[in-house]
Design a protein. Structure first.
Length: 61
């Protein structure tokens, strides 16, 4: 355990980056102004850890 603490204090971290898995290859939605669209898709990672995501519109308004 002491070895781990010493390695971490030196910034020596070894970990594997998880892969992001999406239920859809491409997500493209066109909605008219004033209309509402509802749908869903799944985002997960290969290590089953916690993910955080954001969705943005391409419209400046």
């Amino acid at each position: 355990m002491k070895d781990k603490v010493e390695r971490f204090s030196k910034g020596d971290f070894e970990y594997e980056l998880p892969f992001i898995c999406l239920s859809e290859d491409v997500i493209r939605i066109t909605v008219e102004a004033g209309k509402i669209f509802e749908g869903s898709f799944t985002i997960r990672n290969s290590s089953e850890g916690i993910l955080q995501g954001r969705i943005y519109t391409s419209s400046r308004l």
